[in-house]
Design a protein around this ligand. Structure first.
Ligand code: SF4
Length: 327
């Protein structure tokens, strides 16, 4: 059975129970996203609500997903209302929470509840975790091929990392394709782009975002949240793994992780992406305050190509990096 979910959570439990997890965000953005948003607005969802929420709602309905795990703490403040709408459509709603205070016992309780709901043992969960960790190790290698060996583009890095939230529901197939991709990438020439950028925030809703940088002699060599989805810390204990996942906790955890990665990767500037009408826009205040690098905050709204204004701002930002001492 397909089990939808609204953001990364201990997906090991779903695989262990013999079900197929589906990251609804990835399904939404690759399957007529504009139509889903319009349908949700016709149903009554307000214009000033994030497009991902509207898209997730319609994608669940349009793809006949009967059960959904809603991460009601640590992801999105709109998820509560989204879950109520889905419940009204006779969709089974299961909640999962990441404790804001990073409390180990509270997280353990959440994992235990999910484990009991799906009737699996820790032995089964760890068996799956071992297989997924093999893939995560490959993803760490892919990431290194991006920032160190410079053989993988920001777009490719994004694609593999963002899809590691559900492994396309098929970890064996995902691993085989990833191995093949890495094998071929290792034989590529080193990419020569002069400007190295870090991308922070939720994945972009723009369809042409990564291609845009190729044309401007720049590459994104750090995709913050996508990398977090790939659980790169490779912890043996499942609680440690989901406590190291920075996205659902306070912004200070993200700042620690971003700072470490930016200095390790020798990044020239940061692009911080936020979604229109998202509470995470507020995080830009502290991110900008504590990340001492050239910093540009941009915003996306509907799933589309980037508007000219955003392109112009990005071009100007790259010019500033290119023609100052920062570079
Ligand atoms: S972008 Fe923000 S508002 Fe939209 S779904 Fe994600 S957390 Fe929620």
């Amino acid at each position: 059975m397909k089990i939808g979910f609204t953001t990364s959570f201990p997906v090991e439990i779903i695989f262990a129970a013999g079900h197929t997890p589906v990251d609804i965000n990835n399904l939404f953005i690759t399957a007529k996203p504009n139509l889903s948003v319009r349908e949700a607005e016709s149903y009554g969802m307000p214009r000033n609500i994030c497009s991902w929420i509207k898209g997730i709602y319609r994608t669940v309905i349009n793809h006949n997903i009967n059960t959904i795990i809603g991460v009601v703490q640590g992801d999105c403040s709109n998820t509560h209302s989204l879950m109520s709408l889905l419940e009204d459509d006779d969709i089974e709603v299961i909640s999962f929470s990441f404790p804001y205070d990073h409390n180990r016992e509270k997280l353990k309780t959440e994992i235990n509840q999910l484990k009991e709901k799906f009737g699996v043992t820790y032995e089964q969960i760890y068996e799956v975790k071992k297989e997924l960790d093999d893939i995560r190790r490959l993803l760490v290698k892919l990431d290194k091929l991006t920032y160190s060996d410079k053989k993988v583009s920001g777009k490719e890095n994004h694609y593999w990392l963002v899809n590691s939230s559900d492994f396309f529901g098929n970890p064996i197939g995902f691993k085989k394709d990833l191995q093949e991709f890495i094998y071929q990438a290792e034989y590529r020439k080193v990419r020569q782009q002069k400007i190295q950028l870090g991308y922070i925030g939720v994945p972009p809703i723009f369809s042409d975002f990564y291609d845009f940088f190729d044309e401007l002699d720049a590459n994104i060599i750090f995709n913050e949240v996508q990398r977090q989805f790939s659980m790169p810390h490779l912890k043996n204990d499942i609680l440690d793994q989901y406590l190291s996942f920075t996205y659902p906790y306070s912004v200070f955890k993200r700042i620690e992780d971003i700072s470490e990665q930016i200095s390790k990767r020798n990044i020239d500037g940061i692009i911080s992406y936020s979604q229109a009408f998202c509470h995470r826009q507020i995080d830009n205040i502290l991110l900008k305050k504590y990340l001492p690098y050239p910093y540009l905050a941009i915003e996306g709204d509907t799933p589309d190509i980037m508007e000219e204004r955003t392109k112009l701002r990005l071009e100007s930002f790259l010019d500033v990096i290119r023609y100052t001492d920062c570079f």
